[in-house]
Write a protein that binds this ligand. Structure first.
Ligand code: SF4
Ligand code: SF4
Ligand code: SF4
Length: 219
């Protein structure tokens, strides 16, 4: 049974515990950043940040400020186009684990030419993979495959103090996503699930994707 995440953004407080836990588990070093006038830091995903809490601010129709948070990561697509594109150049550079559905960049990704690596990056509808210019590896969230394949929860899910993230068998996660959506819709009629038929990381958004991040959902 493939595994899925539910990321219910209506519960996210932007504490960034998930972002730090991901770095910690993967032994990813700190990188130098600059204050750019937002709490979103670093500004984007990069080879040292597989998870990034994105911040977005706007005013609603009553002029009230709404602050939305989007804990971004690879969606572990059911039919991963990144893998299809990589396979055309270097088979095995990106693989999909049959049991969990995890989409994984392998050491073979370093054999991709710069152009082929860029083609993989551009093919991703969610703007996820990043090229590590030192190792030449493609990098992204790996579903904490070492943990999940040993029966543990992904580190970001385990660290979340608000219940924003859930992880489990796809059927159960989809059922919970639909249940939570029905509740949220009572107060946020525009709420929706982002591409639930295509991805294993299902975001629940309270309003249009423009109020989160341009790649928050495909549809
Ligand atoms: S989100 Fe992008 S990188 Fe992740 S599996 Fe889908 S296509 Fe690949
Ligand atoms: S599943 Fe693991 S690798 Fe992916 S974002 Fe969460 S902590 Fe990071
Ligand atoms: S740990 Fe949970 S509440 Fe904190 S930023 Fe991540 S998803 Fe949001």
């Amino acid at each position: 049974m493939p595994k899925s995440f539910l990321i219910d953004t209506t519960r996210c407080t932007a504490c960034r515990g998930c972002q730090m836990a991901c770095k910690d588990w993967h032994n990813l070093p700190a990188i130098e950043t600059k204050q750019t006038g937002t709490h979103q830091n670093p500004p984007d995903l990069n080879p040292c940040n597989y998870k990034l809490v994105r911040f977005h601010e706007h005013k609603d129709e009553n002029g009230r400020v709404v602050w939305n948070f989007f804990p971004d990561q690879c969606r572990h697509c059911i039919y991963p186009v990144c893998k299809d594109v990589a396979d055309m150049a270097v088979p095995g550079a990106i693989i999909q684990d049959k049991e969990t559905g995890a989409v994984l960049c392998t050491e073979k990704s370093a054999e991709l030419s710069y152009e082929d690596a860029q083609a993989v990056i551009e093919a991703c509808p969610y703007n996820i993979p990043r090229l590590d210019k030192k190792t030449l590896l493609l990098t992204k969230c790996d579903m904490c495959f070492d943990r999940v394949s040993n029966g543990m929860q992904p580190m970001c899910v385990k660290s979340c103090p608000t219940g924003t993230m859930l992880f489990g068998d796809r059927d159960e996660i989809l059922a919970e996503a639909k249940k939570r959506l029905a509740i949220i819709k009572k107060t946020h009629p525009k709420a929706y699930l982002a591409d639930p038929r295509d991805v294993n990381v299902i975001f629940l958004l309270a309003e249009e994707k423009e109020h989160y991040y341009e790649y928050a959902s495909f549809m």
